[in-house]
Design a protein around this ligand. Structure first.
Ligand code: HEM
Length: 477
């Protein structure tokens, strides 16, 4: 596997699996007194607070039983033909209404980070997470729970993936957009040595992938996978009209994903659609009706035009009353915000089983090949044995997150490896709660035994595509 080759040749290569950690950087970290001090301090802090943090993250998570029955469209949704207002009185009864006065909308300033995720952008634009778009795992957990009712297990998985693969593992901070010098070892003070973490928009790592709903592929847009693309939103709107009775229902977004995958793969010679990021991409499609619906999906909540356009910052060029019925309606982009006319948050937390059932709904409809384009236009497969039930797939995705870690980093620096494994404990409670049988291999060992265990783990959960696809991005910076 490429990781071990890199290790053997670590001094000579300029390409590392952990792109912001150059060999020189790793070496410097070992020798740098303030970094060492900070590393030890953080480690002690994590160790001391571990039990408390884990308890706190699990409070109120409660796995939702029978959640799969909520999927497959919005079966009991009451259709709102006055798109833009509240679905029905009954369907939002008892639900918490937004916006809240203490969290006013404010457009981002020039140095504020915004990224490919309309959920996080909205949270930052209302101050639920820091408005500068640099947030910790804890701040993201708190903000996503408060505004969207995201379960702590799900937000921990997403945000931990973001911090580990695109942020700073010591401070647990990440940019919700691209690289930012305020993030990094010692708040970025050593970024000139280590390089700057990529932010959650880092391509093909944990979160960001190709065939997104409204963003173009990294390779197709000169590395800009953040900017909202009105033409793609228009295509999604067309599916809302064609498949969702004018709403952005599960049926509508499934069709949009199927088309996006087809188009991206055809156009992108560096197409990369592998786990875990492919899971996040498909999950994000489900998040559109799952979180942005006005009211609870499956219980009368509807992902109507007013809700979706507001959270996406998609501003119709024609604002006349029936313009939404026009499939050729054009959009521009404005900052993402909670619908001003009022919007109701879903009633139950979305936990991992629901999100994964949503991924499966999208996946089984489109049946996309998982993997990536290799050299000479061949196709390199991702993991070959992907389960197709929510429980087993949930465990599989946790394992894929772990498998996506850079094995050579663990081997190179045992101190950092301890931090990584300590930090990964932020997600272990959710993993255990699901009854996942296999445990992560220990990330503490040095040498060939550990490497071979890690490599076989990585092969099972991320497949050949992780190292052999040309568009993995991960290896290219
Ligand atoms: C908990 C932390 C979260 C992280 C780290 C995160 C990260 C991301 C990333 C990296 C993407 C890009 C995926 C792609 O390439 O398609 C994305 C997309 C998306 N996210 Fe999030 N997200 C989080 C929470 C949320 C929440 C709470 C919502 C909804 C309320 C949300 C809704 C979406 C949607 C709809 C997209 C698709 C964007 C598009 O291409 O149109 N996310 N997210």
């Amino acid at each position: 596997m490429r990781c071990s080759l890199l290790l053997a040749a670590s001094a000579a290569t300029s390409v590392l699996a952990f792109p912001w950690m150059t060999p020189e950087g790793l070496d410097a970290l070992m020798k740098h007194p303030s970094a060492q001090e900070e590393v030890k301090r953080k480690l002690a802090e994590y160790e001391a607070g571990k039990a408390d943090n884990i308890e706190a993250r699990q409070v109120g998570t409660g796995l939702v039983p029978g959640v799969v029955s909520l999927l497959g469209g919005t079966p009991t949704a009451v259709y709102d033909n006055v798109l833009g207002l509240i679905p029905t009185g009954d369907s939002v009864k008892g639900l918490k209404k937004f916006p809240e006065a203490e969290y006013p909308f404010k457009a981002p300033g020039p140095t504020d980070q915004r990224g490919p995720c309309p959920g996080l952008n909205t949270l930052a634009n209302h101050g639920y997470i820091p408005r500068n778009g640099i947030a910790t795992i804890g701040q993201i957990n708190a903000g996503t729970a408060r505004l969207f009712n995201m379960g702590a297990d799900l937000s921990s998985l997403l945000a931990t993936g973001g911090a580990l693969d695109g942020g700073d593992i010591l401070s647990q901070k990440m940019s919700i957009g691209g690289p930012d010098n305020r993030v990094g070892v010692l708040n970025g003070a050593l970024n000139s040595v280590f390089g700057t973490p990529t932010g959650i928009a880092g391509h093909g790592k944990f979160n960001e992938g190709d065939a997104s709903a409204t963003r173009l592929d990294f390779y197709l847009n000169n590395g800009d996978n953040i900017v909202f693309v009105p033409e793609l939103f228009k295509q999604m709107h067309q599916q809302a009209l064609a498949k969702g009775n004018g709403t952005y229902s599960v049926d509508a977004i499934q069709e949009h994903f199927k088309n996006r995958y087809r188009d991206s793969r055809a156009a992108n010679s560096q197409f990369y659609f592998n786990l875990p990021s492919a899971g996040v991409v498909m999950g994000a499609y489900y998040f559109i009706p799952g979180f942005f619906s006005n009211g609870t999906i499956g219980a009368g909540g509807v992902a109507n035009e007013a809700s979706i356009t507001s959270f996406y910052g998609a501003k119709p060029k024609d604002t006349s009353a029936n313009a939404w019925q026009n499939p050729d309606l054009e959009y521009t982009h404005v900052p993402e915000r909670i619908p001003e006319q009022g919007w109701y948050r879903r009633a139950t937390p979305m936990t991992i089983p629901e999100a994964v059932a949503g991924i499966l709904d999208v996946y089984l409809y489109a049946k996309p090949a998982i993997g990536g384009a290799g050299a000479d236009q061949n196709w390199v497969v991702g993991p070959v044995d992907i389960p197709n039930n929510p429980q087993a797939l949930s465990c599989f995705l946790y394992n894929a997150l772990y498998a996506n870690f850079p094995g050579d980093l663990f081997n190179s620096l045992s101190l950092l490896s301890s931090i990584v494994s300590t930090l990964s404990s932020t997600i272990v409670p959710g993993y255990k709660a699901l009854g996942c049988k296999v445990d992560f291999p220990q990330a503490t060992g040095k040498g060939s035994t550990y490497r071979s265990v890690y490599e076989s783990w990585a092969k099972t959960y991320t497949g050949e595509a992780k190292t052999k696809a040309v568009g993995s991005g991960w290896y290219q910076k």
